[in-house]
Ligand binder design. Structure first.
Ligand SMILES: N[C@@H](CCC(=O)N[C@@H](CS)C(=O)NCC(=O)O)C(=O)O
Length: 221
């Protein structure tokens, strides 16, 4: 899919899987108003073998920027933010930038890899199938702990500073997943839910959801 853009002369491809963590850089590309090809690569049943060369780690998102392949959400979102420096998508002040990296690394490691990895992919934590139920249960506890933590950090509408940053887009991914897992996000996490209400008012988010054909999990506040 191609879009018009103010970001000149870059050749950008983003490989995504619907509703996966790749939704965050997808939203960010649209916030950056970048002309990009958004390519669906569903990993629901595992990473497709015929695309192994794209990323030997067998994961999406994958950003190909002027021929360079970039993986890992924090790196990809940094690269996208650099396309539109005036938008300060990684924060504006020095401290905001530090906070953005602090948050993104937490989301990528403790929340995604640890909690959600335990819940969705317990086989990564043990070869013993009998251990899976315990690993999933611990993952769920880790998830609740991380959602509580996120709620405690939200002071204004946005996660870092007074404006939208990449962290907001990333937080939306985990909000959707938690909602789909049956957690009553609106009741338990009102500040996180207010952030999602703000995100859903953004054209970038609506366009990304539409393109990926996934539901918004809009909170009923
Ligand atoms: N650390 C990577 C994690 C990427 C990741 O785990 N992506 C998932 C989708 S949310 C995936 O591609 N899973 C495919 C699989 O596990 O087979 C990042 O932050 O980009």
């Amino acid at each position: 899919m191609l879009r018009r853009s103010s970001v000149a002369m870059s050749n950008i491809k983003l490989y995504y899987s619907p509703g996966a963590c790749s939704l965050a850089p997808h939203i960010l590309l649209r916030e950056a108003d970048a002309k990009a090809e958004i390519i669906k690569l569903s990993v629901k049943k595992g990473f497709p073998e015929d695309h192994r060369d794209l990323n030997p780690k067998l994961r999406v998102p994958i950003l190909v920027l002027n021929g360079d392949t970039i993986t890992e959400n924090p790196a990809i979102m940094t690269a996208i933010a650099q396309l539109a420096p005036g938008k300060h998508l990684m924060g504006e002040t020095d401290l905001e930038k530090v906070r953005v990296y602090e948050y993104m690394n937490y989301l990528s490691s403790s929340v995604h890899t640890q909690a959600w990895g335990q819940i969705l992919r317990p086989h990564r934590y043990s070869d013993d199938e009998a251990a899976y139920a315990g690993i999933k249960a611990k993952g769920f506890k880790n998830l609740i702990q991380s959602l509580d933590y996120v709620e405690s950090t939200l002071k204004g509408v946005h996660a870092v500073g007074a404006k939208f940053t990449a962290v907001d887009a990333y937080l939306y991914v985990f909000y959707r997943w938690a909602s789909s897992a049956g957690i009553d996000m609106a009741a338990k996490y009102p500040k996180y839910s207010s952030l999602v209400v703000e995100l859903l008012s953004r054209k970038s988010v609506q366009e990304a959801l539409k393109a990926e054909e996934v539901p918004s999990f809009a909170p009923n506040l």
